[in-house]
Design a protein. Structure first.
Length: 90
């Protein structure tokens, strides 16, 4: 019979399982095999999200303000300008 696989991450010295309800009673022995953190994998993403520093609401507000301040208005480009003899923007 094949054993089920449970995935999780390590926080401090504790393994936190992704599934909220795992049928493992306290005291159950488990085998933990670390997975390589390859860029772009779900494991790497979760590790990055769990890593310090965690942004505060103020940090997020400042970032959104900076993004809004750097926005430029969209220009319209006439893709058929050469055929009609018009300038490139309208």
């Amino acid at each position: 019979m094949e054993q089920p696989i449970y995935r999780g991450v390590v926080k401090g010295e504790t393994v936190i399982l992704r599934e909220s309800r795992v049928p493992l009673p306290d005291g159950t022995e488990v085998l933990v095999t670390p997975l390589a953190l390859q860029a772009g994998t779900a494991v790497a993403l979760i590790a990055a999200m769990d890593a310090e520093p965690h942004p505060t609401a103020q940090d997020v507000a400042e970032l959104e303000k900076a993004i809004a301040a750097g926005r430029r208005p969209l220009g319209r480009v006439n893709l058929f300008a050469e055929e009609s003899g018009e300038k490139g923007t309208s």
